[in-house]
Write a protein that binds this ligand. Structure first.
Ligand code: AHG
Ligand code: MN
Ligand code: MN
Length: 335
């Protein structure tokens, strides 16, 4: 088998894509290195004193796990030094993180969820790092302002995730389709294992936290019920799967098709998932793979966040399945 390393792949795509500059490729290298470093920590999680919470509550009002903090520190340290960024935004930090003047300042902005699914760490279930890359708007000079970061989802120039599962995988897109790489731990290199990933047009899996049923609107209940009882356009019925790590639930959806849903509910009227560090990057990947991502009314990537930690309902996956939810919401007069 001809092994293609991620380095070789990036260099090839740099040649093909007018947007991919050396600076951008350097950014991806350092992201990959950060991912490998985090993988080393998650891989030894049960052996070191890194399980459990720190006792702190983050900006989202959630308990911070020790590995959340370690992953956040690794990302900030490595990426501030990569030379391609002017600012970052992390799920774990209230404000934007400006690259300090002692480091080379670049044109890009990186938003990340350092460790997604962190409530699953203590039970050794898949977690991951999700990232979104934008350019600083043209003509903006001087200190980066929060407005420079609050860009419409469709302005992303790259996005992806590193999944720390039975094997460590890197899945990303820079606008030329979605490609998946698996880490060969022996050599420490990601090798192309899933070239040009495509979301099936319709799937047979729906994924939602059913424990939220009591808090859903009648329209949301109707939409979820459709998948419980309905049949896909090929006549097959649906199975339920829910890991509780968005990155893992999305990865399965990307490969097998189907739909992942995190609707709004009475306790979370804006939804739970973070627009910039979760919904935007995964929606970019879904579209690049021929799928769809919606907030129930329209395209996620057409949204512009009001603030760094804005939330959104998310329906993502196979085109037909996401359109089913949009149709039911439209018939019911909204979410
Ligand atoms: P994070 O660990 O980064 O805070 O994200 C948790 C998110 C996401 O990974 C997951 O799909 C969702 O929360 C699960 O929420 P519920 O426990 O409400 O189902
Ligand atoms: Mn998350
Ligand atoms: Mn997280």
């Amino acid at each position: 088998m001809a092994d293609i390393t991620v380095t070789e792949h990036l260099l090839l795509h740099q040649k093909l894509s007018p947007h991919a500059t050396g600076q951008f490729t350097g950014l991806l290298y350092d992201l990959i290195l950060s991912g490998k470093t985090i993988a080393r920590h998650t891989g030894k999680a049960g052996l070191m004193d890194v399980l459990g919470g720190t006792g702190e509550v983050n900006v989202q009002g959630e308990n911070v796990q020790k590995l959340d903090e370690i992953a956040n520190r690794i990302m900030k340290y490595r990426m501030e030094r990569c030379g391609a960024l002017c600012a970052m935004g992390s799920e774990e930090e209230a404000d934007i993180i400006r690259v300090r003047p002692e480091f080379p300042i670049g044109d890009y902005i990186l938003i990340f969820d350092p460790l997604d699914g962190s409530t699953n760490i203590d039970v050794n279930i898949d977690v991951g790092t999700i990232f979104s890359i934008m350019r600083r708007p043209d003509g903006r000079k001087g200190e980066v302002e929060t407005e420079d970061v609050l860009q419409k989802g469709s302005r992303q120039v790259g996005a992806g995730y590193i999944l720390y599962g039975p094997s460590t995988m890197l899945v990303f897109s820079t606008g030329n389709g979605v490609h998946g790489f698996t880490l060969d731990p022996g050599v420490g290199e990601f090798l192309l294992s899933h070239p040009d990933m495509h979301l099936p047009v319709v799937g047979h899996t729906y994924s939602v936290n059913d424990g939220n049923w009591r808090n859903w609107s009648p329209a949301t209940r109707k939409a979820v019920d459709w998948f419980r009882t309905g049949k896909a356009s090929d006549g097959k019925s649906y199975s339920a799967r829910y890991v509780g790590s968005l990155v893992a639930d999305f990865h399965r959806t990307l490969i097998y098709g189907g739909i992942y849903m995190y609707p709004a509910d009475t306790k979370k009227p804006e939804g739970k998932l973070r627009m910039m560090c979760e919904a935007f990057p995964l929606s970019y990947l879904a579209e690049q793979a021929g799928g769809k991502a919606s907030d129930g009314r329209g395209r996620i990537l057409d949204r512009t966040p009001g603030h760094l930690h804005a939330r959104t309902p998310l329906f993502i996956g196979s085109k037909e399945d996401v359109e089913t939810v949009e149709r039911i919401y439209a018939e019911e007069g909204g979410a």
